[in-house]
Write a protein that binds this ligand. Structure first.
Ligand code: HEC
Length: 123
């Protein structure tokens, strides 16, 4: 027996309705895109670098090792974090690297965070 007009029509129609319901119910999720997060002290260090240190370390003024440039940092990193921090706090190379990047308001902690952030860019 031949299928009636109604039954041959209705099944694709029902499938279409079903798909519409499925799409409507599964909708977009509310999960925001997760950006990679920096550790809090690196985030604090980045703020100091972006405000103060970048003036010279952004472009390599007077031979300042450029942020993220592995070659320029390569011979400085082996001195270790403590030596780099003390050079940044006290000044270095006849103060071409000025004490605290020229901003006396920065604490030792600010400088250490900034140096850690600089080091993290080349590791
Ligand atoms: C006025 C420019 C200037 C500013 C601002 C500045 N620096 Fe420097 N920095 C230099 C120069 C130039 C050198 C390279 C000195 C050399 O070795 O000849 C340097 C070197 C360094 C070094 C490597 C020291 C070593 O022992 O090799 C560190 C670490 C550093 N700076 C950290 C900082 C931090 C942290 C800040 C921000 C708080 C900062 N600098 C801001 C100019 C600057």
């Amino acid at each position: 027996m031949k299928p009636t007009f109604a039954s041959s029509f209705s099944s694709p129609f029902l499938v279409a309705i079903g798909m519409l319901l499925f799409v409507a119910c599964s909708g977009p999720t509310d999960e925001p895109e997760k950006a990679p997060q920096l550790a809090p002290e690196l985030l604090a260090g980045k703020a100091v670098v972006d405000k103060t240190c970048i003036a010279c370390h952004g472009q390599g003024l007077n031979g300042a090792p450029i942020l993220g440039n592995k070659k320029m940092w390569g011979k400085r990193l082996p001195q270790g974090e403590d030596v780099l921090v003390s050079h940044a706090i006290n000044g270095f190379a006849m103060e071409m690297m000025p004490p605290r990047g020229g901003n006396p308001d920065l604490s030792d902690e600010d400088i250490r965070n900034a140096v850690r952030y600089m080091m993290s860019l080349v590791q």
